[in-house]
Structures are given as structure tokens and as C-alpha cells.
Design a protein around this ligand. Structure first.
Ligand code: MG
Ligand code: MG
Length: 245
């Protein structure tokens, strides 16, 4: 799973270094797919319940599960790119939201708060801690800064399947949920909105958008539980864990 996570990280790193106005969301998908295949791995999303692509690419008010296509990225967009791989039977799953060129201060703040909310949750991960402590930390961080937390979609256990037990909500009471145990691996993935927390599924059956069409951001890491704390499997191998400010 460490190798699967590293491949997801390296793929998202390439996206971050390449993403630019004028690219289509299909161009992003091709970049992702080519990199996964070149590593001898399998794109986990392609064909998953019929999803037609290797990456989910979701712009601005699109929260997650955007289907890549002919839409061109524009200066000022924020773009969530979600990548899953299968490597030797093990899954890795991670997402980042990227800025296309110059973005507004409010979108930058949304991205920063969403990433920091993820790390607030990750900091709580440790053997013996209730999952609700993680969920609650994410919610408190985001809501105290005036943002809302998507309820209808959650993170998940991950391993031999992309989506395993338990569900990992980004909200809720700290005394809820199962107790984390060393060796468990979970994907934590807050989806944070500028406006209301409600979301709607578009007619394509996949794309999730905010009900008020205000922007949303999404960051995700695959995280192993250890006695000492979280071991983030989907960090770039050159990266040091980030500190939450
Ligand atoms: Mg994902
Ligand atoms: Mg996930």
C-alpha cells in the first residue's frame, strides 16, 4: 500500500506541475492514466461502477466525481483531481485541489482551509482513538473558519478494495465510530464548501455539485494507523509531513 500510495502521490505531483489554462479535463485524465500504466499499475476508477475515466476532475462548484471531457480549464478555476491506483492488488487513493493560474483570494482560502482540515484530522489518527475524534476535528476546523462540510460523501477504509469499512465522515461527534487500530488504513477526504453543505448529483449520474453553485475544495490522503500516529501513505516520497498552522 505504501507503493500504491507513492504512485498516487507522484501522479498528482505531475498533474500539479502540468496543470494550466487551456488544457481540457480529458488532458488531465490522459496524464493520470499514462503515468499509472507506465508504472505497471491499474487505474482504480476506470470502470468502477461504470466510471469512464482514470481521474475524477471537478472544477469550482463541482465537488467530486467530475467526468473528464472537452471542457477547457480557465485561469481562476480551482480543480480537484482525484486519483486511485491498484498496484499488485493493493489500492491507493488521494486527491488534491489545484489552482489554474491566478485565483481569487476567497478560492485560495477555501483550498488552504480544506487542506488544513484534512491535516487536522490526520493529526488525530492513532491506535486506540475513536474515528469520531478524526471526523470532529475536521468539522470543527472548517466550520470555525466559516465553511461547511459536505455530509453526503465520506472517506473510507481502503486496502484490497477501494472502498472498505469503516466509512470516514468529515463531521460528527468525537465519541462516535469504531476505535482505530494499528494496521488499519483509511482514506480521509474532506470536501469543504464556501456556501451550504448540501450537494446535488448532475444528470450524468456522477458529477456532484454544490446546491448553491458556490465553490468547493477536496483533499484526500490514504493514511495508515500506527501506535505513534498517522503514517500518510500517499505523500510524495520527498515530502515531509506538513504542519497544521
Ligand atoms: Mg479519491
Ligand atoms: Mg477516496
Amino acid at each position: 500500500m505504501r507503493d500504491a500510495g507513492a504512485l498516487v502521490a507522484q501522479t498528482l505531483d505531475i498533474v500539479g506541475k502540468t496543470i494550466t489554462a487551456g488544457m481540457t479535463t480529458s488532458d488531465i485524465d490522459k496524464l493520470v492514466e499514462d503515468n499509472i500504466l507506465a508504472a505497471g499499475a491499474t487505474p482504480a476508477f476506470k470502470g468502477y461502477h461504470g466510471f469512464p475515466a482514470s481521474a475524477c476532475v471537478s472544477i469550482d462548484e463541482q465537488v467530486v466525481h467530475g467526468i473528464p471531457g472537452s471542457r477547457k480549464l480557465q485561469e481562476g478555476d480551482i480543480v480537484s483531481v482525484d486519483v486511485g491506483v491498484i498496484l499488485e492488488g493493493w489500492y491507493g487513493d488521494s486527491a488534491s485541489t489545484f489552482a489554474v493560474g491566478e485565483i481569487s483570494e476567497s478560492k485560495q482560502k477555501l483550498m488552504d482551509v480544506t487542506r488544513d482540515a484534512l491535516f487536522c484530522g490526520i493529526e488525530q489518527v492513532r491506535d486506540g482513538v475513536k474515528l469520531g475524534v478524526v471526523s470532529s476535528a475536521i468539522q470543527k476546523y472548517a466550520e470555525s473558519r466559516g465553511y461547511s462540510v459536505v455530509r453526503d460523501l465520506v472517506g473510507h477504509g481502503i486496502g484490497r478494495q477501494m472502498h472498505e469499512e469503516p466509512q470516514v465522515p468529515n463531521y460528527g461527534s468525537p465519541d462516535k465510530g469504531p476505535v482505530l487500530k494499528t494496521g488499519m488504513v483509511i482514506a480521509i477526504e474532506p470536501m469543504i464548501n464556501v456556501g451550504v453543505h448540501e450537494v446535488i448529483t448532475k444528470k450524468d449520474g456522477w458529477t456532484i455539485v454544490t446546491a448553491d453553485e458556490k465553490p468547493s475544495a477536496h483533499f484526500e490522503h490514504t493514511v495508515a494507523v500506527t501506535d505513534e500516529g498517522a503514517d500518510i501513505l500517499s505523500l510524495l516520497r520527498t515530502e515531509k509531513p506538513e504542519r497544521v498552522s
